[in-house]
Design a protein around this ligand. Sequence first.
Ligand code: NOJ
Length: 547
Amino acid sequence: MPNSWKTDVVYQIYPRSFADANGDGLGDLAGITSRVGYLKDLGIDAVWLSPFYPSALADGGYDVDDYRDVDPRIGTLEGFDEMCAALHAAGLKVIVDIVPNHSSNRHRWFQEALAAGPGSAARDRYIFRDGKGPNGDEPPTDWKANFGGSTWTRVPDGQWYFHLFAPEQPDWNWNHPDVHREFIDTIRFWSDRGVDGFRIDVAHGLAKDFTEPLPTAAELALIPAGPNHPFHDRDEVDDIYREWRRVFNEYDPPRFAVGEVWVEIPERRGRYAQPDSLGQAFNFDLLRANFSAGEFREIVAENLEVASVSGSSSTWVLSNHDVVRHASRYGLPLAAPGDGSFPPPTLKRDTAWLLTGGVNPPEDTALGLRRAKAATQFILGLPGSAYLYQGEELGLREVAQLDAAARQDPTFLRSEGADVGRDGCRVPLPWDDHGPSLGFGSGKPHLPQPEWFKGYAVAVEEADPASTLSFYKEALRLRSKLLQGVTDEDFAWLEAPDGVLAYARGTWQVWTNFTDVPVDLPDGAILLASSPVSGLLPRATTIWLSK
Ligand code: NOJ
């Protein structure tokens, strides 16, 4: 019997946009508790909650003030326990997000570091440096942060601190024992409360070597991620996760973990997934791929290999809170193949499209949804875990038109609008086709919902057997049935026409036509199809067959 988390379907909840029980416009934990019935009916195995900790929301909650508490605007620890109990009673596991690369600038230890001044022990928990230039008023390096601007921010006494992301997110110094202790305490705290697993933010970034002289930005760009890079995927991250694994294994059952690992070289990514490390690592390759048989096949083959070498299972993700929703991505013209450099052409296309408010090129919404359902059904057959993002089960598209005044993402704010950022996939869910926030809550939602959301409301789709929601439910129900008696090793590619991918999991077969034209239908009894089938396997469609 496989370890169940290795094949789980995990549903990502972005708590502030899921359901708002107290009517303040911000989703909350009581909102999640009130929707446990929905989550159970959907047929998922686990939920992963993006951060719900106290935060000034400089980065949607990934700027954590206190790792062991709940943002009072969205709940309490008692409310967390109630939510956890309700999810467990419904047979669902609970995964919480740990953000160990950086805290917020309001964390007690950052505040202490600011007050204690240069050279103090308190500053050593973070990464403080003197500046360059005669007055030290130039940053220590010319590196660019992930959301734009410098990676260094100056404090009033003249020193600079390092942040890979926004200035409100100072990076921890993982060479400091207190930092290790803080996170061991945090993991124990949530594990003791009954949490089943953890998603580790920026898992590849914790270990740093800032020995002088530091490279310039131009030099940095030429250093491959790995042991020689000052902060990207250094070998010492392994020691951190081995330390955590010992703690995870103190529990029965051992706590599960999945790393957010943006590491290109598959073999290096596999380290994070090893049983003595986190156990699982995200594979984000499909987030950057076109809807293309060639691209999908290469990604699947490579990641199944990594999973088998690392002794873990693969992960499949088509949408999350950081990217344009896949129903929209697939409604845009395919991007030209890339040369492996970053950003890939698909990401450039998505950013450029968002900048036009989703107008240019026009989105083919019917084709986007059709391909999205086909891609989802394709990944749900694969060995390993699938991660779904709230709202994709409704077929939601990206909200590409949002007023500048409504935008919250630091990417938008720090790039001065050059990149509009990720708010478009974080708009509160429509539960109903009427009411002040379409059933999300009784108040004004913290990001405005477009008029077209009404047609995608849960209540509307629940009443329609042909809806995307009904399709997801059926797919998930069938998946868990079909997986009985199938192991991760039961996987074989089948011969298929150009532009079609087919694989077998024992007697269960998955066929996806990635092309724009129908092809001959393979033999077998059709169990599920992502679009209606008659006589041929239509364009952009997946079918599950029993042979
Ligand atoms: C990855 C998270 O998914 C993203 O939302 C966040 O902005 C960065 N890490 C920084 O924490």
